[in-house]
Design a protein around this ligand. Structure first.
Ligand SMILES: Nc1ncnc2c1ncn2[C@@H]1O[C@H](COP(=O)(O)OP(=O)(O)OP(=O)(O)O)[C@@H](O)[C@H]1O
Ligand SMILES: [Mg+2]
Length: 177
């Protein structure tokens, strides 16, 4: 699922909707180039999970931030990690939340450890020549993340069988701003 985010506000509304639809202990992988909006998106996902938005800050120096939401939310940033062994040396429950969602920026280095996990990937990309535009590619097990895909369905480019810009869809709302 590809979603065009045409403004900061569009990212915020999409993120909140995504957070509201996440399964209880979802793992969300957030790859994407530097400055593409991973933390910005995660702030809004957290908001959808009942976390106070202003408490969400990049955990680059901490590795893991834990926020109080409807359930605890783990926000992990592996940018500074150079070896997967550093994660292996940690207790798994120190960076994968057993009681709620785990949102991971720069997840690449941890992929060998996450191979068997059912994770949603939310890949943010910059759009050349458009400062506030971003592309979000969402991928994951259709059944496990059914609520996410159903909720955000209106935000995708309309498939041929649907008229483009179905009025009232999330896509319509996102693009109005
Ligand atoms: N539509 C948009 N969605 C997300 N961020 C946007 C958008 N438009 C502009 N921005 C800006 O882009 C910047 C993204 O910064 P952010 O820290 O979220 O990126 P990041 O991918 O987490 O960076 P890093 O790789 O350093 O962790 C912010 O300053 C944000 O305001
Ligand atoms: Mg970040």
């Amino acid at each position: 699922m590809q979603i065009e985010l045409t403004s900061l506000d569009a990212t915020r509304r999409l993120g909140v909707a995504l957070g509201c639809a996440l399964p209880e202990r979802a793992i969300v992988l957030c790859p994407g180039e530097m400055g593409s909006g991973k933390t910005t998106l995660i702030k809004s996902i957290c908001e959808g999970l009942g976390v106070r938005r202003e408490t969400v800050i990049s955990p680059t120096y901490m590795l893991v931030n834990i926020y109080r939401g409807l359930r605890p939310v783990y926000h992990v940033d592996l940018f500074r990690l150079s070896r997967v062994e550093e994660l292996l040396e940690m207790d798994r429950c120190d960076w994968i939340n057993s009681e709620g969602p785990t949102l991971i920026e720069w997840p690449e280095i941890a992929m060998p450890l996450l191979a068997g996990e059912t994770a949603l990937t939310a890949h943010m990309s910059l759009v050349t020549g458009a400062d506030n535009h971003r592309m979000l590619a969402l991928a994951g097990d259709a059944e496990a993340f059914q609520a996410v895909f159903t909720t955000l369905d209106g935000a995708t480019p309309a498939p041929a069988r649907k008229p483009v810009g179905t009025p009232g869809g999330l896509r319509d709302k996102l693009q109005r701003h």
